[in-house]
Design a protein around this ligand. Structure first.
Ligand code: GDP
Ligand code: IMO
Ligand code: MG
Length: 488
């Protein structure tokens, strides 16, 4: 019987293993029909059996992770790379995410369903690390189906994923209200409270719990407790109708049943069967609960560190991590943002980049590119290569600034501060680069970009210390430049 997975070309995995050429050099990749992982890790593997090679080299498992505060256009890249993979996995976050894929000029907005859904038979997995509101997921599936997108056996929802209940959403709202000017500015989707219950355990529900005989009793018990808690928070009477909530979630469970399964077992089987897996990060590494700009973060590990706990696939299987960055910076919600431009520059970027939240439509805060922050998150996430998105948005600016270090309490530093108070105090130190006037949305090759755009990209790559592999000059699939050798 032929092996599940032929050795085939997987160009996206090539560059992690290659020494990078000198600045400015462009070369085409050598034509190959063989998996470049095997060719480049150790050429002396040639005499080994396929099984031995696979044991040594592993399978190509790629992760796409945002390196800023989210909305770096991860959805576009995941959609583009899906064709090179068998499975696409969302492993953290929930419907706080809004990932856009533009197909033939038509935008599709995804919150929970992985961005690989447009290319069946690629299997899309919502893994254990996700928190989901079953009603939102069902609506999203319905919206996709109404637009002709196949959502059948190509979707799998983990029975270990945690479930968002109405009390989580109310708790999110009340806590944000109580925080006043210190509010995080959450998406009010109940994400934080659901993760809090996950870690707290006793009041948590996983998807698999919806099918247990004691589900009704557990909902009654939780609703009683949550009602008392919400009343304390709000100072007003609040009534949670446990039986109505139970009935609604029982119906959700029935509608979801066909998609629910053990995604951990499925993914472990898949890596061992040499399936190619693409992990789709949500949010961005600066929103990571452990490593981001705490407490102005989301409640999951949204940097590269979250892949393993959020999916059950050991980190050692990851062969390539692609860091997604905007050519500038944006942030939605509260918290420090050293390079923010709350002025006409910020407005110029917001207008040209249509920088309004995909989920909440809030105007995004906009600013210059922060190389201190991204160098930190690229290292933290183990990034191999960079995809620079929305470069076209910067066209027309006379000059561009890039933050190369912070001045903190009179000292220059390139370290990203751990404490939010330090980040509030950090003053960005900028380097100024010349801008370009040309519309670059038609550029399809590196050579099509104006020299100043090339310089800008080279400088960003150099400051982060990672090579560029993808440049995006518009939302469509076609508006993408793939660079076949690294550029510093
Ligand atoms: P995600 O959450 O990281 O997937 O990003 P969002 O979908 O929230 O935001 C990115 C936005 O930029 C979407 O509206 C995309 O359609 C759009 N977009 C993606 N790439 C480009 C690009 O290169 N240029 C422009 N102008 N827009 C882009
Ligand atoms: P994608 O995947 C941008 C932000 C919220 C808020 C903070 C906490 O589209 O990049 P939460 O509701 O998660 O408790 O809110 O995190 N946030 C995002 N910002 N893009 C996202 O997702 C985000 N998901 C959450 O605005 O500041
Ligand atoms: Mg988004």
């Amino acid at each position: 019987m032929p092996r599940e997975r032929e050795i085939r070309s997987a160009p996206v995995n090539k560059q992690s293993f290659r020494p990078y050429p000198l600045p400015g050099k462009l070369e085409s990749p050598p034509p190959t029909t063989q998996n470049p992982v095997f060719q480049t890790v150790n050429p002396s593997l040639e005499g080994l059996s396929e099984h031995q090679k696979e044991r040594i080299c592993g399978v190509p498992a790629t992760c796409v992770v945002g390196l800023q505060w989210g909305d770096e256009a991860k959805g576009k890249i995941v959609d583009l790379l899906t064709g090179e993979h068998d499975i696409v996995v969302r492993y953290q976050g929930g419907a706080n995410a809004g990932h856009t894929v533009v197909l033939g000029g038509e935008p599709f907005k995804l919150s929970l369903v992985p961005s690989g859904i447009f290319r069946p038979p690629v299997r899309c997995v919502i893994a254990n690390g996700v928190v989901l509101h079953p009603g939102s997921l069902l609506e999203e599936i319905e919206r996709l189906r109404c637009r002709g997108v196949q959502v059948e056996d190509n979707l799998l929802v983990s029975n270990r994923a945690h479930v968002i209940f109405p009390w989580h959403i109310e708790e999110d709202r009340l806590l944000e209200k109580a925080a006043g000017s210190e509010a995080i500015g959450t998406t009010l989707r109940g994400i934080g409270p659901c993760y809090r219950d996950k870690v707290g355990r006793s009041l948590a529900f996983r998807v698999g719990d919806l099918y247990q005989p004691n589900f009704r009793d557990r909902v009654r018990q939780a609703a009683q407790f949550k009602q008392r808690m919400l009343q304390c928070l709000s100072g007003e009477p609040i009534e949670l109708d446990a039986d109505a909530i139970y009935e609604q979630y029982r119906q959700y469970a029935e509608q979801l049943r066909r998609w629910v399964g053990d995604s951990t077992a499925y993914l472990l089987d898949a890596v061992e069967a040499q399936k190619r897996i693409l992990f789709e990060g949500a949010q961005g590494a600066l929103l990571d609960v452990d490593h981001g700009t705490f407490p102005y973060v989301t409640s999951s590990n949204s940097s590269g560190v979250g892949v393993s706990s959020g999916s059950g696939v050991p980190a050692r299987y990851l062969t390539k991590i692609i860091g997604i960055i905007k050519a500038y910076s944006t942030r939605v919600g509260g918290g420090p943002f050293p390079t923010e431009q709350a002025n006409e520059i910020g407005q110029y970027i917001r207008d040209r980049g249509n920088e309004y939240g995909t989920v909440t439509r809030r105007p995004r805060r906009c600013g210059w590119f922060d190389a201190v922050a991204v160098r930190y998150t690229a290292r933290l996430s183990g990034v191999d290569v960079l995809a620079v998105m929305l470069l076209d948005v910067l066209s027309g600016l006379e000059e561009l600034k890039v933050c190369t270090c912070y001045e903190l309490d009179g000292q220059k530093t390139t370290n990203f501060p751990a404490h939010v108070d330090e980040l509030w105090r950090a003053q960005p130190v900028y380097e100024t680069l010349p801008g370009w006037k040309e519309d670059i949305s038609h550029a399809r090759r590196w050579e099509d970009l104006p020299a100043n755009a090339q310089n800008y990209l080279r400088r960003i790559s150099q400051l982060i210390g990672r090579p560029l592999e993808i440049i995006s000059v518009g939302p469509d699939r076609e508006q993408t430049i793939f660079i076949h050798s690294a550029i510093f």
